[in-house]
Write a protein that binds this ligand. Structure first.
Ligand code: GLN
Length: 305
């Protein structure tokens, strides 16, 4: 068996020269308050063994990684019907782009760009009447940690400055692809993005994606095998915005990133792995995080390819 701990430590050592590269997201003012040069990485295998390096107990803003959990909930609730309202193709545009939405008549390209996640949030609201607490509880259950919570200052900061997201929600509403008021959907969405977790908790919460939908510590499967395959496929093709091709080329794992600097990836059948370093590349993915995952899959020769 591979010595995962040793490999993570090697990666953490080799990544050091890259920790100053890229820039922390500042378009959400509260996100700019993070310590910029930190690094953490956690791996949990399907047998429950876990390995960590760096600041793996330090929580950060999961941002768009929340889209993975809201999508999972929407699939649980309405399964394939979701695709009447959202596509499943890579967008080739930035995560907060508006142009594509106009010429595609309000149908977001995929559930991992902001427009898609707003529709996913609207679906959860329709099914459960509550999208704040239900998503938080779901994440707590997956990670087996009751004290995971929103960061209200991050949510508020984004609500005050997220003009593009406000525009997008109103745009979706004009195409009748939101059932609820845009402000209600946005409020839930900003709260989901603000949830604070560490790499250990995220790797644990994502383990079902590497294990055919089964979270080993839970009594019932989170998703069935078909649904799990589909979410992994969407991660591979849409999970890292408009650099998804480069990410697959370099890393070779299905993944979902967030502008807080986290990336959660899976190797189906083997493990989930989460990395965090807040400085981002120009596409909005963690600079050192992407590099660390690339080093990891190169050293271990483990990827989906
Ligand atoms: N809350 C952020 C936004 O909507 C999430 C973006 C991201 O992580 N890519 O802009």
């Amino acid at each position: 068996m591979l010595d995962y701990q040793n490999i993570l430590e090697e990666v953490a050592h080799e990544i050091k020269p890259y920790l100053g590269e890229g820039r922390v997201a500042s378009y959400i003012p509260e996100l700019a308050n993070v310590e910029p040069n930190v690094f953490a990485m956690s791996l949990i295998d399907v047998n429950g063994n876990s390995f960590h390096v760096g600041d793996y107990q330090k929580r950060f803003s999961i941002q768009s990684i929340s889209k993975l959990f809201t999508l999972t909930m929407a699939i649980q609730l309405i399964d394939e019907n979701l695709w009447n309202r959202i596509g499943k193709e890579p967008s080739g545009t930035s995560f907060n782009s508006l142009v594509q939405l106009e010429y595609e008549n309000g149908i977001p390209r995929n559930p991992f760009i902001n427009a898609g996640a707003l529709v996913v949030t609207d679906v959860i609201l329709s099914q459960l009447q509550d999208a704040h607490q239900s998503v938080l509880e779901f994440i707590r259950t997956l990670a087996q940690k009751d004290d995971i919570n929103f960061d209200f200052s991050v949510a508020k900061s984004e609500a005050q400055t997220g003009f593009r997201n406000h525009a997008m929600a109103n745009f979706l509403k004009s195409f009748k692809n939101l059932e609820h008021e845009p402000t209600r959907v946005l409020n839930a969405y900003f709260h989901h993005c603000s949830i604070a977790m560490n790499t250990q908790e995220l790797a644990k919460a994502g383990l079902f994606l590497a294990n055919k939908g089964v979270q080993p510590s839970l009594p019932v499967p989170v998703l069935n095998t078909r649904q799990t395959k589909r979410i992994n496929a969407l991660m591979l093709t849409c999970g890292t915005y408009d650099s998804v091709g480069d990410f697959a080329y370099r890393v070779g794992l299905p993944a979902k990133s967030g502008v807080g600097g986290g990336i959660l990836a899976t190797l189906p059948g083997k493990f989930s792995i989460c990395v965090w370093s807040p400085r981002l590349n120009e596409k909005g993915n963690s600079f050192a995080g992407t590099k660390a995952l690339e080093l990891f899959t190169t050293k271990t020769k483990l990827s989906i390819f």
